[in-house]
Design a protein around this ligand. Sequence first.
Ligand SMILES: NC(=[NH2+])NCCC[C@H](N)C(=O)O
Length: 515
Amino acid sequence: MRGLAWSGLQGIPIQETNFTFRKNLLALHHYTKYMNEQKDNFKIQVNTEIGRLRKLLIHSPDSGLGKVVPSKAQDWLFEDIVHLDTIRKDEYDYYVKLLMYFLDPAKIKGKLATIDSDEADRSFFKPDSKDFHASENVIELQQLLGDVLENTAIKKKLSASVCAIEGCTYKLQLQLIETEPTELAKTLISGSLPDGRMIFSPIPNLIFTRDVGTTINNYILLNKPAKKARVRESLLMRYIFFNHPMFANYHDHVLEIPDSEHHFLRPGEELENRTTLEGGDVMMISPNHVLIGCSERTSPYGANEAMKLLFENNVVEKVTVVRIPNKRDFMHLDTVFTQVKRNVWVLLHSIASVDENKYKTPIDFLVQPEPKEQTEIIQFYKDKSKPKHFVSMEQLFEDISTNDLKSTEPVEFIYSGNGVFPFDAREQWTDSCNLLAIKEGVVLGYDRNDKTVEAFKAKGFNIVKVKDLINDLESGKANADTLVDTLILMPSAELSRARGGFHCMSLPLLRDDLS
Ligand SMILES: NC(=[NH2+])NCCC[C@H](N)C(=O)O
């Protein structure tokens, strides 16, 4: 299906013979028909964090990750450099395989041995290979970008926009426009030309698809990144959402955060004065209720503009803003908690309870904690009734579990590192709280957070290594439909250096309603 212009005849050179012209026209007709079917069958809908996952956007580690240099690692928001081959073969590929068994089993079941064979050379995982999985449920961003670039007009506009933000020469811009779409998609993401020459920085954080947008019911809220290293990601996503035929029925439902009026007159470059919001700070927690974090990445103005859009478009009725300490370790809301089941949450203790009864020493009276260091929780309503304050994260979660999600079971909290210093902080740093629920109670997390894993066990969860689970799913010993209460441990030595977990590495587009 690739390699054809889908909205015009731009791809067909004038000098072509009548025969090839007619053949192309026929292929174009089939392609357009396929795209139209794809568009009409395509649905987005997410109203919780835990309903069974049916469709999501991901991006597998591209060659750009293998080009991060130590001197730029921090600017590019990695704390370290990663080993590309290991992060792909020994880590991320397991994620793709697991997603396939749950979301698109026909593509993998019974074929695992071939997919994993040496001869296959990972072609199932490579977006530019003819054996690429090309799943319509586990959707690879690079493939969507390639599709969009088939249209010459869009290719020109996007190349010009990328060149503008990256400060490229006009000649390079012309060269990019002449590049074949699949290659160009790779270049715009990795920053390197097909001959390996680096022309601009990679965007290694694109693997964290969560941060570029959030599905809220049948709307997509696009981000407005705080960090320069993530600006190109947003630009590419914007072009995908507004131009890919898959999203054609949703253009009116893509919400973009505007800058507030006269923002250019505001003094300084302080985050507090800017309008920024990243997807890791937005959680569609229960039908009609969205959580937005104010954090290192999402500013109060960003949260405010998002709230306005959600209320004005009648997308939800309540938004709870959670202000978390402004620190690198807590860059987004989903780095300090995620939801596991309607009545189970995993969180970092230090952002959680405010123990009013705790004995205070004189110094607690003499030195007041910085307001910025404290968690603050305010709930706002579309009907403009008075906002409500919550005193702790636990209180908010109790409210969501029992009142929004109608859980009848007691609400349970699992703390990072089992709530014990220094394991709580160490394990939060390696994403113990950043879990992806593939269905209610079945979550993916890193294998390195031992104390958190013990805490899960103590609450009655099964713990299983992804490799074992995949073997069992292939042999039929395990079944995606019947699996319950399980923490799936994913290899993490390289991935965790990129400073995100599986919640960040997923942008859910479709989840079942909770029954
Ligand atoms: N939703 C998340 N927590 N995303 C994690 C993003 C990590 C990435 N290196 C960054 O700093 O931007």
